[in-house]
Design a protein around this ligand. Structure first.
Ligand SMILES: O=c1[nH]c(=O)n([C@H]2C[C@H](O)[C@@H](COP(=O)(O)O)O2)cc1CO
Ligand SMILES: [Zn+2]
Length: 199
């Protein structure tokens, strides 16, 4: 292990169980690798998506007010009190009524409906996927002013063209978010890591 001199304030983080040195970090100055606000809100949207039971696409949404406070979170799922064991999750079936589409609530709708403030007027919504036209209607009607999305993979579909038309007319801005890192890892064990002065 390399020897520190007196000025060197670098400390190592040591794993409680294995005593393995796993990270080197300066513990006397402010962290620089923290999540910035935009990555944080997008990560909250993606984490919420992990609650979704949709087998093919899990979408999350996070509504943020102008004080950078989260006022609503949602993910795609079946409506309250409608058993998601009794409704279909299929994308295709002989009949549309036997697919998930007529029943599933989109993440944006749930985030708006779950709001913990009196209004979402002037807020931003962080979403994993660019919102469809039905969600665009809800966004416009609720007064949300900005959409920050990660993926635009359905951009050529009519539903997305209609969505952009509505958002444009209503002056709701939208922009794609490019996160600093392509992954945000949650390591529950990291809280058990103790810092120890390197000598
Ligand atoms: O804006 C959206 N928000 C949202 O929550 N969804 C949900 C509805 C479905 O559960 C799922 C889309 O399913 P699929 O990719 O299998 O068509 O994503 C889909 C969109 C469309 O972009
Ligand atoms: Zn939608």
């Amino acid at each position: 292990m390399e020897q520190n001199n007196v000025e060197d304030i670098t400390q190592t983080l040591t794993d409680e169980k294995s005593s393995n040195t796993c990270k080197k970090r300066n513990l006397n100055t402010k962290r620089t690798d923290y999540l910035d606000w935009q990555d944080y809100f997008m990560s909250v949207a993606f984490l919420s998506a992990q609650r979704s039971k949709d087998p093919s696409t899990q979408v999350g949404a996070c509504i943020v007010n102008d004080e950078k406070k989260i006022v609503g979170i949602g993910y795609n799922g079946m409506p309250n009190r409608c058993s998601d064991d009794e409704l279909p999750w299929k994308r295709e079936a002989d009949e549309w009524l036997e697919t998930k589409y007529p029943y599933v609530c989109h993440a944006e709708m749930n985030a708006i409906m779950n709001k913990n403030s009196s209004s979402v007027k002037g807020c931003s919504i962080y979403v994993a996927l660019f919102p469809c036209n039905e969600c665009a209607k809800l966004i416009v009607q609720s007064g949300i002013k900005e959409v920050i999305y990660y993926s635009d993979k359905h951009k050529d579909k009519d539903t997305m063209k209609a969505s952009r038309r509505l958002l444009d007319l209503a002056n709701v801005t939208y922009k794609q978010h490019i996160p600093k890192n392509s992954q945000v890892v949650i390591d529950f064990d990291s809280i058990n890591i103790r810092s120890s002065q390197k000598s």
